[in-house]
Design a protein around this ligand. Structure first.
Ligand SMILES: [Zn+2]
Length: 100
């Protein structure tokens, strides 16, 4: 999975298309990510001991990682490519080659 927690991404499809946010969580097994303030649903919660009042909370739901693109600080949404050096590989922008 190329996207990592903390990456800035733009949503490519769906109701939040065009929105940008930070990746809060990645789920490598299902290839999904949670992006801050993207795919928010209203969840109705019941009153519990921990939360005395029931009510409606906003919850960020996972979106498919293929529906978001990483955002390069100089060229915007882009593809991730890798630059191989002696000991490691570095993630770079597929357009400008800058660090991601
Ligand atoms: Zn770039």
């Amino acid at each position: 999975m190329k996207i990592k927690k903390g990456d800035k991404v733009r949503v490519l499809t769906g109701k939040d298309k065009g929105r940008e946010g930070e990746v809060m969580h990645v789920f490598p097994h299902t290839n999904k990510v949670i992006v801050d303030r993207v795919n928010v649903v209203k969840k109705h919660t019941k009153a519990t001991k921990a939360m005395m009042q029931g009510g409606i909370i906003d919850k960020d739901m996972p979106v498919n990682a293929s529906n978001v693109a990483i955002v390069c600080s100089s060229c915007g949404p882009t593809r991730i490519s890798y630059e191989l050096s002696d000991s490691s590989k570095k993630r770079v922008c597929g357009k400008c080659g800058g660090d991601l």
